[in-house]
Design a binder for this molecule. Structure first.
Ligand code: ADP
Ligand code: MG
Length: 384
């Protein structure tokens, strides 16, 4: 859909031209999984896939929200009636939650007319929800002249998802959508929100990062996520540190020897070694050794599969078949139990690896996956 079509649909819905158009991307996380609620490090990059929105401000307290991607018409709400946890809003909870979070933080946001359309695959672990939140937050920031920085918009959007929508996600997705830059991954310290742009120019290196969207989402996901978070908190408490981020890699063996429970030991080991892998991947990319990150990606997958136990047969097969067909490294990305994997491949290997993954899924009787390249792209921006 072109910018003109986006604006045209807005005009057809609401009877006037939008004040502007904005875009916010989905993301993949290169490495650093289940570290963001342990005050640790993550290394996401923005996808070329974006949520785009045509938006105008309203000063009468009314929100009119429309997505061209879902059935149902315009959702109309009142800003002063927005309440966290109100059921039945469906997709509209994401943009409405952003309005609620801005107002709850004291910003004079009154209402809006919004029409959106997104190319971010939904529910694939690629943050279609954060893209929706950030495109709304950026539009309101511009239209109301709020002067909030991208990382502040990310914080507000996270609060919208945590409190208004009721999903206890970390800060990575929203920060990636708001703050990433083309040709880079974003190193984020989730404790103090310090950001570093890490060069990740795949094309210049003759490489591709393939995303394998397994198109499955196992029901276990939500309860397991809460259970893993609780384990991490328990581990930190037993080790007497504020968060598992504070367990140094060099002290891991000693720390593990102080934990009686074998499962808890493995959970802690994943988080501590994963933080270390983020730092190693970042160092290699900084040194121009992009190929050298391959084994670290694969080691990260093994840790998520064996120690953190959040993989699933489809993700394991994506990683194994990609590596067997010549990928330099591969791992599941996102919270697990479905969603997507990534594979780093030589440009010439992109096609054979894609074919091998498809063949392996067919042979195993799994649904056909969607495989596409992740080009490190720009974060949220105003289009018009
Ligand atoms: P992910 O963020 O990994 O894609 P989530 O479950 O966090 O998965 O978010 C998916 C939800 O976001 C969808 O169920 C829907 O409510 C909302 N959503 C995402 N994209 C769109 C869209 N284009 N139109 C309407 N709702 C959307
Ligand atoms: Mg999401």
């Amino acid at each position: 859909m072109t910018d003109e079509q986006l604006a045209g649909t807005f005009a057809a819905l609401y009877g006037y031209e939008p004040e502007g158009l904005w875009a916010a991307p989905g993301r993949v996380n290169l490495i650093g999984e289940h570290t963001d609620y342990n005050d640790g490090y993550v290394l996401p990059l923005a996808l070329p896939h974006t949520a785009r929105a045509a938006v105008s401000r309203r000063d009468d307290g009314v929100l009119r929200l429309h997505s061209g991607d879902v059935p149902g018409g315009v959702v109309e709400l009142r800003a002063d009636a927005l309440e966290p946890g109100a059921p039945g809003l469906g997709w509209a909870a994401y943009p409405a939650g952003v309005v609620w979070a801005l107002r709850d933080a004291g910003h004079p946001v009154t209402g809006l007319d919004l029409h959106l359309s997104s190319t971010v695959p939904v529910g694939a672990g690629l943050s279609s929800s954060a893209a929706l939140e950030i495109v709304t937050a950026l539009a309101l920031n511009d239209l109301h002249g709020l002067g909030l920085r991208p990382w502040q918009l990310a914080r507000l959007a996270q609060r919208a998802e945590n409190v208004f929508v009721g999903m206890p996600c970390g800060i990575m997705d929203q920060t990636a959508s708001a703050c990433c830059t083309a040709g880079h991954a974003l190193h984020l310290d989730t404790r103090d929100l310090t950001q570093r742009k890490v060069p990740f120019d795949l094309a210049a290196d003759g490489l591709r990062l393939l995303v394998v969207d397994t198109r499955v989402q196992h029901a276990l996901g939500d309860s397991a996520y809460a259970e893993r978070r609780a384990s991490c908190e328990e581990g930190a408490a037993l080790l007497d540190v504020p968060a598992l981020r504070d367990v140094a890699f060099g002290q891991l063996d000693e720390a593990l020897s102080r934990l009686g429970d074998e499962t808890l030991r493995r959970r802690v080991r994943h988080v501590v070694t994963e933080n270390r892998r983020v730092e190693e991947v970042t160092a290699r990319l900084g040194a121009g050794d992009t190929r050298g990150i391959g084994p670290l990606l694969t080691a990260g997958h093994a840790s998520l599969r064996d120690d953190f136990e959040v993989s699933c047969p489809e993700l394991d097969l994506a990683v194994e078949s990609a590596c067997a067909a010549g990928a330099l490294g591969a791992r599941m990305t996102g919270a697990g139990f479905g969603g997507s994997a990534i594979a780093l491949v030589e440009e010439a290997a992109a096609e054979p690896v894609t074919k091998a993954v498809n063949a392996a899924f067919a042979a195993a009787g799994h649904r056909e996956p969607r495989v596409f390249p992740a080009v490190p792209s720009a974060g949220a921006r105003r289009l018009v």
